[in-house]
Ligand binder design. Structure first.
Ligand code: PLP
Length: 455
């Protein structure tokens, strides 16, 4: 794949770019995939090769890579008012309209929105809001943050501390006061003989024991993705949120739903918390918020929390936080269009229509003796590779099985993502039935090839 000439795109990428979240020995060997443009759900590289992007970019490009309506919304806003901030009581009309719209489509009756440039910054902002609020309410020691092992909440120092992945130890993270509860993955973490209901009860008991041990007055909030995305697409165990939400309420610990991936349709409803039937105190949104056409994140505070933050801010005369591009008018105009596509122009419905075919495709591939589990919700799914299906024994990490599958898929013109021992799929909402079939055919070819090599 790699063109080794010194002036090739691969060499230039290697020489001047610091790759993030990339296996460096493999990339130096194979060469980066350098892309020029997209056509619907496909991306095209500098050599003219087309790839179906079964990861929607990074879960976000749900309307594909050449959506005219989104590009036109951006162009019209660039022509009208190309940039502004949201400091000092000034903001663009688009920002006002988007906040109104976000509260309207949220599960909250009332609420308030704060903008960032990314999901990481939105989680960071939410933590600062909670620290600010509790201190203003006379509880400055209420600062610890609870999340789960395998959670992904971002990469800034605070959101990486919330992320429950071992790789953050290379940065000396997590920071003190960031605690990780067990991952509610019944298939992998259930004990022998334990029913799913018993497993969920164990997760809830662990939460309550942790709150009692740490002291409820030291815990600022609990953050959870409805379906853990970058943890490997892990839906919660049965009735997990119904079990933990009342405990959090009992101890006055706000529940924050990190909907950066689940938000705006991915799980079949507008929000993941609707799919799993729980009411958070706040929502974190990003990615699909602008269908990937602009970097933007948002904290949506439910009415009760918003009123408390408002009161706390008035006591010290301001809420001292914000980014230069918070509530950028072009981002807001694009987000208004993206929300319209999902809610009124059929893209949300498209997820519901495609889900049975998607699930059937995953279930079919899971018949492979080296696939231990398929799992997913709506248009996000994963296949977990195992060496032994009966005992769920994983392949040795040194075999890099999921990376090999993903690399073989890339060679076949299909982009999918290795995560741990799993391969993750989250195709764009505009995917056709024929494109979905092609995606599964290519993945099946790759699975057969790789398992024949390693099994
Ligand atoms: N939260 C969740 C659930 C995510 O999946 C991600 C990114 O994948 C983030 C937060 C961080 O978002 P960003 O990469 O925009 O900082």
């Amino acid at each position: 794949m790699r063109d080794d000439a010194p002036n090739s795109w691969e060499s230039r990428a290697d020489d001047y770019s610091l790759y993030g979240f990339t296996d460096l020995p493999t990339i130096h060997d194979r060469g980066a995939v350098v892309l020029t443009h997209g056509e619907g759900p496909y991306v095209v590289d500098v050599h003219g090769r087309r790839y179906f992007d079964a990861n929607s970019g990074l879960w976000n490009m749900i309307a594909g890579f050449d959506h005219k309506g989104l590009a036109e919304a951006a162009k019209a806003q660039y022509d009208r008012f190309p940039g502004y901030h949201a400091f000092f009581g000034r903001m663009s009309d688009q920002t006002v309209m988007l906040s109104e719209k976000l509260v309207e489509v949220s599960p909250f009756d009332t609420g308030k929105v704060f903008y960032t440039n990314s999901g990481s910054e939105a989680n960071d902002t939410m933590v600062k809001i909670l620290w600010f609020l509790h201190a203003a309410e006379g509880k400055p020691q209420k600062r610890k943050i609870l999340t789960r092992v395998n959670a992904y909440h971002g990469v800034t120092a605070v959101s990486a501390s919330m992320t429950g992945k071992p790789y953050n130890s290379v940065f000396g993270l997590p920071l003190p006061g960031f605690l990780h509860l067990s991952c509610p993955h019944y298939w992998r973490n259930g004990k022998p003989g334990e029913t799913e209901a018993q497993f969920t009860a164990r997760m809830a008991a662990e939460l309550e024991a942790t709150i009692i041990k740490e002291g409820a007055d030291t815990i600022a909030g609990f953050f959870a993705e409805p379906v853990m995305g970058a943890g490997g697409v892990i839906p919660p165990s049965e009735c997990y949120f119904q079990a933990i939400a009342p405990i959090l309420k009992k101890y006055d610990i706000p529940l924050v739903s990190d909907e950066v991936i689940c938000g705006f349709g991915r799980t079949g409803n507008t929000w993941g918390c609707q799919t799993y039937d729980f009411m958070p105190d706040a929502i974190i949104s990003s990615k699909v918020l602008t269908a990937g056409y602009f970097p933007m994140g948002a904290v949506i505070l439910g009415g009760e929390l918003a009123a408390r933050v408002q009161a706390a801010s008035e006591a010290i005369e301001e809420f001292p936080h914000g980014f230069t591009a918070s509530g950028h008018p072009v981002g807001c105009a694009i987000a208004l269009k993206a929300i319209d596509l999902v809610m009124n122009e059929g893209l949300g419905q498209r997820v519901r229509d495609l889900t049975p075919r998607f699930e059937a495709g995953l279930a079919e591939l899971a018949k492979n003796p080296n696939i231990g589990e398929w799992r997913g919700k709506g248009l996000m799914g994963a296949l977990e590779a195992v060496q032994d299906k009966a005992t769920k024994t994983p392949f040795p990490g040194t075999l890099s099985v999921s990376e090999r599958i993903a690399n073989t898929c890339t060679d076949l013109g299909l982009i999918c993502r290795p995560l741990g021992q799993s391969v993750v799929l989250c195709p764009p909402f505009i995917t056709t039935e024929a494109q979905m079939d092609e995606m599964f055919e290519k993945l099946e070819t790759a699975l057969k090839k790789v398992f024949a090599e390693v099994a």
